[in-house]
Design a protein around this ligand. Structure first.
Ligand code: FE2
Length: 294
């Protein structure tokens, strides 16, 4: 192979050509002039430069391979990490659901002590969600409140049946005992990081507080009472007065709506009452639907 052919064949295979350009020019000039000594010297220099470039190319190729291998490894680590995170999230979710399920069962047990059908908590939690939506809260809040509110009376598990199911008026001592159920409930639900249980705890503790500060257990007033508890207080009240109890028959819807209005600003937050009244037809329909299904 002639030097010219050799140069032509190799130049295209090199990644970096500029280094060769100068020597190539001198080499071609020497070929034309047939200056043998100069030709040999240039061939030697050219070969040397070629060698350097080929080594550089090999290193570049090797680095490229190593870089690709590192990327692949990194991708694998990322994938493994994501799988682990998903597994962790899944097991955390399962644990959270199982915890929530246990508490719901406990709430149902407390509810059955007070209501033979156990449907009060299904209805009032739907009412609470509908009122929250009408109040302007987002979907996530409404869903959380619907899940949290059934546990509002979970503390009744600690109240004796002869007080809960008493047909006549409660004595002062019995009332004192009854008024402890918010704190019992909050104790049962306390100490959790799970949002629904945190909300359930605040609802359990404050659902008997009244807007004017005359409620219990802490005589909280106005916005000192968490919104969740202000909404649940109304949802709970409306369903309780429109259902038969062991000590009285159900009030009509008209009477119940009038009672809500009478207690506007005293027992109930006026903004919550306003939201409730704007969706009262929907609430009554929802109640009838739930009663039909249960
Ligand atoms: Fe209660």
């Amino acid at each position: 192979m002639s030097v010219q052919n050799y140069i032509s064949n190799e130049k295209d295979s090199l990644v970096v050509q500029p280094i060769l350009t100068k020597n190539k020019g001198i080499l071609l000039e020497a070929l034309v002039k047939q200056e043998n000594i100069k030709l040999q010297a240039q061939l030697f220099l050219y070969a040397e430069d070629m060698q350097k470039l080929l080594v550089a190319r090999d290193v570049a190729v090797k680095n490229e391979k190593e870089k690709n291998a590192s990327y692949k490894q990194l991708e694998k680590f990322t994938l493994d990490f994501m799988i682990l995170m998903k597994q962790k999230e899944k097991s955390h979710k399962a644990l959270e659901l199982s915890h929530l399920d246990s508490l719901k069962r406990l709430a149902s047990a407390a509810e059955f002590k007070d209501d033979d059908t156990g449907t009060h908590i299904i209805r009032m939690s739907r009412f609470a969600s509908i009122i929250a939506r009408a109040y302007g809260k987002n979907k996530n809040y409404c869903k959380l409140l619907e899940q949290a509110s059934p546990m509002h009376d979970i503390g009744k598990i600690g109240i004796a049946d002869d007080i809960l199911k008493k047909k006549g008026k409660l004595t002062a001592d019995e009332w004192e005992c009854m008024r402890k159920h918010p704190e019992y409930g909050a104790d049962i639900l306390s100490g959790s990081d799970v949002p629904v249980l945190k909300m359930a705890e605040e609802v359990a503790l404050a659902h008997h507080e009244k807007f004017d500060g005359s409620g219990y257990p802490s005589n909280l007033k106005g916005e000192e009472i968490p919104l969740s508890a202000r909404i649940v207080a109304l949802a709970d009240f409306f369903d309780a007065v429109t259902m038969d109890r062991c000590y009285r028959p159900a009030f009509s819807d008209e009477k119940a709506l009038a009672m809500v209005k009478e207690n506007n600003g005293s027992h109930f937050d006026p903004d919550v009452v306003k939201a409730f009244l704007s969706v009262s037809d929907e609430i009554i329909n929802e109640r009838d639907r739930i009663n039909m299904e249960n």
